[in-house]
Write a protein that binds this ligand. Structure first.
Ligand SMILES: Cc1cc2nc3c(=O)[nH]c(=O)nc-3n(C[C@H](O)[C@H](O)[C@H](O)COP(=O)(O)O)c2cc1C
Length: 394
């Protein structure tokens, strides 16, 4: 991996994980990721901001050697999750004089997750500053974007915000700074949807807080750096707002084709009413792609047959995901088919109980759909359009 200069005496020393395909055993990574680490050499003190995933210890230590970083006084841990802190163990062995700077919660997590000894850790509070001689760092404690420990670090003289996962993207690219804005937009949105969506209120709060800062460069912990901060700010404002689009998503699963026919019919009925639609075959799901649409959709229609008296497990999984991601959707409905009876509808409603949504009357039918069922789906499409119009979404 290459060490690259961001500003005078400020370097990128992290690693690029080109081939990683899944994160947290959950999130697909279509474009790999990076674990960013930054080295800042002040006239008196040298600091590192974050380490990398433990799989890349060797490359990381090699980068530090290449940067002539013989004496590192501090490592700032903006976030204790192992993709940033995994290589901390080897780091503290090789740099026995280096202190770890982190938040109160970060300290607790570093001790419990990585067994870091107490005496190596120096806790900081919000707004506290650390002088490196000719450079000054200010720490902002910003919990819940996305763990309780998260903090950001601002390098005053160079106007660089080390924003941690905030403004991040799982994006392996050789560009130090974002060049391909189209790719960046999609990957940053995917990241926001997967990681930040449940914390939209906190995101808005921190966007307000950051208004007081003169930021030239955003240096996140994943993905390329950004030297047009206003663009990322604008995206984050949009994604964290309550605004939704005239979009319906229809995650569907079907064992023998009846529910699929219904999902397909409803898709066409919505399109013919000028509503954007995105059906998702849950057998081939990219959950990150779905999460991005969950950020925009005004309405979610879950389509499932009844299986063993409840929803199909793949539909239950989606209900569970939607419930924890807390999307902005205003309406939910359910369509599908059953053979003899069950509780698919009430189970799904219970599974999405955290969503602040209005339920639109489900269309749940016995067996394969016939003419009157298609009329029911036409009516559902009409009802969705009416609801969107009432809220000025359509
Ligand atoms: C494994 C299995 C379990 C089922 N369990 C139920 C059930 O508990 N209650 C019910 O009403 N129908 C049950 N059914 C019947 C289906 O819900 C019914 O055939 C439905 O029309 C299938 O829709 P699909 O064609 O979209 O897969 C079950 C079907 C299968 C294959």
């Amino acid at each position: 991996m290459t060490v690259r200069t961001i500003k005078e005496n400020v370097y990128s020393v992290g690693v690029i994980d080109w081939d990683r395909q899944v994160f947290d055993e959950l999130l697909p990574l279509p474009e790999g990721t990076s674990y960013n680490s930054y080295l800042i050499k002040g006239s008196e003190k040298t600091v590192l901001i974050d380490a990398v995933d433990s799989d890349f210890e060797e490359e990381f230590i090699t980068n530090l050697a290449k940067s002539d970083a013989t004496a590192i006084d501090y490592i700032i841990v903006n976030h204790a999750e192992q993709d940033h802190s995994g290589a901390l163990g080897i780091f503290i062995e090789l740099f026995p004089q280096a202190k770890i700077i982190t938040s109160e919660k970060g300290k607790e997590l570093l001790k419990s997750l990585l067994g870091i000894p107490d005496f190596r850790i120096q806790e900081v509070s919000d707004m506290e500053e650390l002088s490196l001689g000719d450079k000054t760092l200010q720490f902002r404690i910003t919990p819940w974007v996305h763990w309780p420990d998260t903090m950001m670090t601002y390098l005053k003289e160079d106007r660089v915000l080390f924003s941690c996962d905030f403004f991040g993207a799982h994006y392996a690219t050789s560009s130090l700074f974002t060049e391909d804005w189209h790719s960046h937009y999609i990957l940053a949105k995917r990241y926001f949807a997967e990681i930040m969506m449940p914390f939209r209120k906190k995101v808005s709060e921190y966007l307000e807080m950051l208004k007081d800062y003169d930021i030239e460069i955003i240096a996140p912990s994943h993905g390329p750096l950004c030297n047009r901060p206003e663009v990322l700010f604008e995206y984050y404002r949009e994604w964290s707002s309550d605004e939704v689009k005239n979009l319906v998503i229809i995650p569907y699963v079907s064992m023998h084709g009846s529910t699929k026919k219904m999902a397909s019919y409803l898709t066409d009925a919505l399109i013919s009413r000028g509503i954007e639609v995105r059906p998702y075959d849950l057998g081939r799901l990219d959950s990150g792609r779905l999460a991005m649409d969950l950020l925009d959709a005004a309405t979610i229609v879950i389509a499932t047959p009844t299986v063993l008296f409840g929803p199909h497990p793949k539909a239950a999984n989606i209900a569970f995901i939607a419930n924890i991601l807390k999307p902005k959707a205003k309406y939910v409905s359910i369509i599908g088919s059953y053979g003899w009876g069950g509780k698919a509808i009430s189970d799904l409603q219970a599974m999405t109980s955290k969503l602040d949504v209005e339920i639109i009357e489900p269309v749940y039918i016995k067996g394969a759909p016939v003419e009157e069922n298609f009329i029911g789906l036409e009516n559902l499409a009409g009802e969705i359009l009416k609801k969107h119009k009432e809220k000025n979404i359509a």
